[in-house]
Design a binder for this molecule. Structure first.
Ligand code: THU
Length: 160
């Protein structure tokens, strides 16, 4: 028997103001997109913004449904839009912001497991890391230099 230890690294910025300029703009887009969330059931609004290699920014927000599983998270709304409309363009950076209509959300909110899997697909597809920045409604911003840090032991096409 052999034990395998996996370590992961995140960067944490104290505020949005500490972020590189382009990421501040990206996070602002995520915050703006959060307002377009359709979240009457969870009352939890999430916005995601993606910077593409051609300079375009695409954004998305969570879209819920009375049939709960039919809804979709903000991150996947954004990344599938990018995949559908810019299939040949690499995805460089993603910013995510989440806020609850019920309580303050002041610590970074990471993407859910399903969204990590979706982001992983595009990282593998483009063979280039996607930087991921996530925060609550404000406050500290956590950053992962690659999706790999958020999802060790990913399932990808190499298994098929
Ligand atoms: N949600 C996201 O948009 N992204 C995540 O990574 C986590 C959860 C949404 C889904 C649902 O509309 C609401 O937040 C509560 O789970």
């Amino acid at each position: 028997m052999k034990e395998i230890k996996i370590e992961t690294v995140l960067q944490v910025y104290d505020t949005v103001d500490e972020l590189p300029r382009d990421v501040q703009d990206l996070m602002l887009k995520a915050v703006e997109s959060r307002r377009n969330a359709y979240a009457p059931y969870s009352k939890f609004n999430v916005g995601a913004a993606l910077l593409l290699d051609n300079g375009v920014i695409v954004s998305g927000s969570n879209q819920e449904n009375a049939s709960y599983p039919s809804g979709l998270c903000a991150e996947r709304t954004a990344i599938y839009y990018a995949g559908a409309n810019y299939p040949e363009t690499a995805l460089l950076k993603m910013a995510i912001s989440a806020t609850s209509q019920n309580k303050p959300t002041l610590s970074p909110i990471p993407p859910c497991g399903a969204c990590r899997q979706a982001i992983a697909e595009y990282e593998v597809k483009q063979n280039k890391p996607i930087e991921i920045y996530f925060m609550g409604e404000t406050g500290k911003v956590a950053m992962s230099k690659s999706l790999e840090n958020l999802l060790p032991f990913i399932f990808d096409k190499s298994a098929l």
